[in-house]
Structure formats: C-alpha cells, structure tokens
Design a protein around this ligand. Structure first.
Ligand SMILES: Nc1ncnc2c1ncn2[C@@H]1O[C@H](COP(=O)(O)OP(=O)(O)O)[C@@H](O)[C@H]1O
Ligand SMILES: [Mg+2]
Length: 238
C-alpha cells in the first residue's frame, strides 16, 4: 500500500458539465483519481470520454462543477488567482494536445518560456532549453520557427517547454500521437526519467499502446467515470 503522503494528485468526486438545459452535457460524472509521487500514471480511454477535461481540471485550467482537486496536498481552488498562477508556474508542466507554440519565437525560445517567466536570464534559459531539445533529438531544429517544424517536432518543443523548469507535476495530453515509434520512445524515456524523482509525478493521457510498458499505473476512463486502475506488474512484485 502507498501511504497518503505519496499522493501527488488527488481528485475526489469531480463532476464537470458544459452548457445548460437541453444542451447540458455531463462530461465528468464523479471522478476519483490519484497519481503518486515517483510514478508515471497513464490515463486511457476512448475519444470523447473526458480525459482532456479531467487533466484541465487537475491543472486548474477549468473549474469543476463539483468536487475537490489537491496537488501535493494543496487545493488550487482555495488559493487566490495570483497564488494559483505562481503555484502553476512553479510546480506544473502541461503539454497540450494542440501544441500552443508561439509563432514569433524559435523552438528554443518557446521551450525556454517557463524559465523566462520565472525571471531566469535569457541566455541561461535558452541554453537549458537547448539541452532538453537535444535530448529529444531536436538539436538541429532549435533555431527554427514553429511553422517550419513538422507536427512531431512541434510536439517535442511543447514537451521541452513542459520540462524545462523541472516542475514537480508534468501533465501531457497525447504526447506521442504525432510521433514515430522511435521518437515516441525517447519522449517516454525522458518523461520516465522525470517521474523517477521521489518528489515528482507524471500524468500522461494516451491512446498509444506501443508505450504502455512505460506506465507505473494505468487508469482507465469511460464516459466520464474511472472504471479501473492497473498497476504495473513490476511494482506489484516489489
Ligand atoms: N468547452 C466545452 N463545451 C462543451 N462541450 C465540451 C467542451 N469541452 C469538451 N466538451 C465535450 O466533452 C466531451 C469530452 O471531451 P474531452 O475531455 O476532450 O474528451 P477526450 O480528451 O477524452 O477525447 C466531448 O463530448 C466534448 O465534445
Ligand atoms: Mg483529448
């Protein structure tokens, strides 16, 4: 059994509806979900079941209609909006399904944004972001603008941006969807390295069963609820 203080993310009774009256849809219908420190947790389920909505609620980008989310024991909902922003900036790396890169910045500058926002000087920030791009096989593309990069390359820039400030919680939405097998593996290896840290956690939404072996835990979601969670057999044996 894992002790309660090993919890990185805790969701209790999360409900989220969009719209009102006849057009109201209940996307999250009472979610209980946990992710643990030192682990990579996969969230899997069919398209439209609410995965992106759930991780947006976890990251504090969407307010739930009901329920409670804690990240490392702290409830974002109880913080002032300024404290929420500071907490997210420091503790959270988020990779969106649609990469959200800034078109006027190069790959290395895009990936350096969280460091620049934290006040790190430009040359140090870009140097650090280039190191991560290098590990993702993107060294030769660091000075390219997003429009000159393929989908898979933009995906890796978005990932570098989520990792560059070494956040304690990394949340990725379909990070390998646009990647070939080899690039997908190197992305997962980098994420797994981040998750090994005892005070950090990684949550990955994915359909990609080629990378399931990287998961410490796989949580299955269907139609707005969590159906079951499997632990990696390696962990169960430990
Ligand atoms: N802002 C929104 N307004 C209305 N419906 C939404 C909104 N965001 C998501 N949905 C709906 O919620 C359901 C779940 O979406 P999503 O969380 O993106 O699923 P997944 O990531 O599992 O594919 C879908 O039916 C989607 O159309
Ligand atoms: Mg989605």
């Amino acid at each position: 059994m894992t002790s309660p203080d090993s919890t990185a993310v805790s969701c209790h009774g999360i409900r989220k509806s969009f719209g009102t009256g006849d057009t109201k849809i209940d996307v999250l219908r009472g979610i209980h979900f946990e992710a643990h420190r030192g682990e990579m947790t996969f969230l899997v389920g069919p398209s439209g079941c609410g995965k992106t909505t759930l991780i947006s609620v976890i990251a504090g980008l969407l307010d739930p209609s009901e329920g409670k989310v804690s990240i490392f024991g702290q409830q974002l909902a109880k913080m002032t909006s300024r404290d929420q922003i500071l907490f997210r900036r420091k503790n959270l790396g988020f990779v969106f399904q649609q990469y959200n890169l800034l078109p006027a910045l190069t790959a290395a500058e895009n990936a350096a944004v969280p460091l620049l926002a934290a006040g790190v000087n430009r040359s140090t920030a870009v140097k650090r972001s280039k190191e991560i791009l290098d590990r993702l096989g993107m060294a030769s593309r660091a000075d390219n603008y997003p429009r000159t990069l393929s989908g898979g390359q933009q995906q890796r820039v978005a990932l570098a941006r989520a990792l560059v400030h070494e956040p304690r919680l990394i949340i990725c939405d379909e990070p390998t969807a646009a990647l070939d097998h080899k690039s997908g593996e190197s992305v997962m290896e980098l994420l797994a390295t981040s998750a090994v840290h005892p005070d950090r956690a990684v949550v990955v939404v994915t359909h990609d069963n080629r990378v399931f072996h990287f998961a410490d835990r796989i949580t299955h979601m269907e139609d707005g609820i969590i159906t079951h969670t499997e632990q990696n057999p390696k962990l169960q044996a430990a």
